[in-house]
Design a protein around this ligand. Structure first.
Ligand code: ADP
Ligand code: SF4
Length: 688
């Protein structure tokens, strides 16, 4: 297949100062959860993007000095010459595929707590920023920088830039955004200085200008100097000549850097999930830049559609299509467009599980791409998979995300695969949950897999086929994979937060009931101790249907876990806009058909109740493994019928999120002929 000429513009080279990007696909700086501790993992994660056609591949935030220490979060660093080697590993990996490598030099100022190095954080005027995420909450306030500190900061940038050049980087960033480094000098509420670095906008911009010029002088002959700039806060400040201070800053510095990378300053806005935004959501923050500079402009927007990418270029918004999450979900996105295989793109669903992995301080994981983070450790490639024996047959029972991913990977390996699904539709929980408000894009988990499976001659799918143990045995295949999912239960918690058994009574529902179309009588109480999306999504759905809704939870927030994937603030706002009531830090102890009873999680004798017509329990799921257990209980029969292995995967093995199910299906398919498909085969330890 060949490329659609409509997309030719995406494959034009773009000059960036002294270097040239081979195309307009630009993997922007973003943390991968590896830091300097896992250089091989990081290099392999970046390398697959270069191989997959991204013309520029950047590191995540890279500290220039120990006074910028984000521990325990995984950041990378170029503090001295000893740090060069680990970066060179990634640069060489990216260069092997003809892409440019970039590094985002970063000084956190008051945005870091310096827990590891114990150096007092410093910033323009010693003003602190009060973070609400625990890993960024600092118990020490920063000190104000004097002129000597500013001289030192400039020197650190130059030293780090020289090291970046030694490592082989083609593009070296100054990170002047997101509350970091010189950005703190730009903001009038952060910069109260009375010297030449404070006061007028000219003065506040001085440090940014000086650092760009310093770096250009030091390495500008060979490396492009890029600036990453956050615009949203400055767009709100009226300018003296132009519309806003953001406009004036860009026009003052216009052509001094070789590239502008522009975005919003709040990381929860920059990574807003698909539940609360559409593709291209960053346009209000970057579309003003293009007319103010002759240098290329890059921006993100969770772009997965080549038509939208072309539109960004043709409308003069961006010169380079920046991406973070779309590169995670499909490192081969550009190559698929180039080869006319757009329908094979594994589109990001905007769920932000990748974001939560970074907060967990582990290599980034992805719902759509199970190989993410395993490229080096397990040698899993996002597009290639070792061939299997075509004469070997595998029966997969259940076509949810686990069964579909398993069938797809087995099909790619060349096995003879049969999928039996009880219902009349593919996708299992994904198909049901994607009908919840804001989750339509989650259906991409199903669609990516079914689109590919349907054209595979070695994979057959049978819908409306609920299999019994006898059916499985009669089928006479070599391997059996059970992917029959899980069910929500009515279990509630005891005061130690352990399961206390089912709550009995009428008008009590689970999410499965609501997803199947049950219409509870209001007012409705949702008792949520699952803490992810389900409780708040059901609240939204029921409000749309006109019900009064109150969420009761033992946590201190609605969907409390979503602090980890950056959705918490948006969920809280949505609940408040919808008028959903919230009662925090309470266990539910009973429901008598007209009211629920609750007790404080701190003081069990502190009891209360609220009236309601129905109760929905969003808590514990239970495996639907009846078929697996039946088959397993008759080991002799299994052996007699020639079945060599029996596995269970996904929610039927252990209920989890969709990312777990996809990963489990993939792992099983990779290892099915390795003797033990369940436990990981030997894998490399973290790198160094
Ligand atoms: P997972 O997330 O692990 O993929 P899901 O609940 O999404 O789990 O999917 C499980 C699928 O298995 C559902 O589509 C369900 O209809 C199907 N299923 C359950 N029991 C059987 C069975 N006995 N035979 C065939 N399909 C089944
Ligand atoms: Fe996209 Fe979700 Fe994968 Fe992140 S985890 S890249 S948001 S699909």
């Amino acid at each position: 297949m060949s490329r659609n000429p409509r997309y030719d513009v995406l494959f034009e080279p773009v000059r960036i100062g002294p270097v040239t990007a081979p195309n307009r696909f630009y993997s922007t700086p973003h943390a991968l959860g590896t830091g300097n501790q896992m250089p091989h993992t990081r290099a392999a994660m970046r390398e697959v993007r270069a191989e997959g056609g991204w013309g520029v591949v950047n590191t995540g935030y890279c500290s220039i000095h120990p006074s910028s220490d984000d521990a325990p979060l995984p950041y990378c660093r170029l503090w001295d010459d000893k740090d060069i080697k680990v970066h060179a590993l990634m640069v060489d990996a990216v260069h092997r595929h003809g892409a440019l490598a970039g590094v985002e030099l970063w000084h956190g100022g008051n945005g870091t707590a310096n827990r590891l190095t114990r150096i007092t954080p410093m910033t323009a005027s010693g003003i602190s920023y009060s973070a609400s995420y625990p890993n960024w909450m600092s118990l020490t306030q920063p000190r104000a920088m004097d002129r000597n500190d500013i001289r030192e900061l400039r020197r650190w940038y130059v030293d780090a830039a020289r090291r970046a050049k030694s490592a082989g980087f083609d593009i070296v960033y100054l990170y002047a955004g997101m509350g970091y480094g010189p950005y703190q000098f730009l903001l009038p509420w952060m910069n109260k200085r009375s010297d030449e670095y404070g006061g007028s906008l000219q003065n506040r911009v001085r440090l940014t200008r000086e650092i760009i010029e310093d770096m250009k002088e030091a390495i500008g002959q060979d490396c492009a100097i890029a600036v990453r700039f956050s615009s949203d806060e400055l767009l709100k400040l009226p300018g003296e000549i132009l519309q806003s201070e953001a406009h004036e800053i860009i026009s003052m510095l216009a052509d001094i850097p070789d590239l502008w990378d522009v975005k919003s300053s709040d990381w929860t806005v920059e990574t807003i999930s698909a539940r609360f935004s559409e593709q291209g959501e960053q346009e209000p923050f970057n579309s003003f830049v293009r007319p103010l500079t002759s240098k290329p402009v890059v921006g993100v927007g969770r772009f997965t559609s080549p038509d939208e990418m072309v539109s960004q270029i043709k409308r003069g918004v961006l010169d380079l299509i920046g991406a973070a999450r779309p590169t995670i979900a499909d490192p081969f996105l550009p190559r698929k467009i180039d080869e006319g295989r757009e329908d094979e793109i594994r589109e990001c669903i905007g769920c932000n599980i990748c974001v939560s992995a970074y907060h967990d301080c582990v290599p980034v994981r992805c719902t759509q791409n199970p190989t993410m983070g395993e490229e080096w450790r397990r040698r899993w490639h996002p597009e290639r998979i070792p061939p299997g024996d075509p004469a070997t047959s595998v029966l997969v029972v259940g076509a949810g995300p686990a069964g579909l991913e398993c069938a797809l990977a087995l099909g790619k390996r060349g096995f003879a695969v049969t999928v039996a699904e009880a219902s009349e539709q593919l996708g299992g929980r994904v198909t049901l949950e994607s009908k919840l408000p804001g989750l339509a894009s989650w259906a991409r988990v199903r669609d990516y897999r079914t689109n590919l499976i349907q054209v595979m001659s070695n994979v057959d799918i049978y819908l409306a086929n609920p299999l019994s143990a006898e059916d499985v045995i009669d089928f006479e295949c070599d391997h059996v994979v059970i992917a029959t999912g899980a069910r929500w239960t009515r279990q509630i918690l005891d005061s130690r937060a352990y399961p206390a058994g089912d709550i009995e009574g009428n008008a009590i529902y689970t999410p499965d009931d609501i997803l199947a179309g049950a219409k509870p009588e209001g007012p409705v109480v949702i008792y949520d101790f699952n803490h992810y999306y389900m409780g708040s999504c059901l609240a939204e759905l029921l409000r749309q249907q006109g019900n009064e809704v109150t969420i009761v939870t033992p946590a201190n927030a609605v969907s409390a876990w979503t602090l980890m994937n950056n959705e918490l603030g948006d969920i809280r706002t949505r609940m408040s806009e919808l008028g959903v009531g919230t009662i925090f830090e309470q266990y539910l102890t009973g429901f008598n058909g007209g009211a629920v009873q609750m007790a404080s999680i701190y003081q069990r004798s502190d009891v209360s109740s609220i009236e309601c017509g129905s109760l929905i329990v969003v808590g514990i799921r239970s495996v639907n493994d009846h078929l697996y257990q039946q088959l397993k209980s008759d080991a002799d029969l299994i052996t007699e019928t020639g079945i060599t292995s029996l596995h269970r995967i996904g929610d039927c093995r252990a209920p989890g999120i969709i990312a777990h199910a996809v990963y489990s299906g993939h792992e099983c398919a990779r290892n099915i002929d390795a003797g033990d498909a369940i436990e990981p085969i030997a894998w490399e330890r973290p790198d160094m």
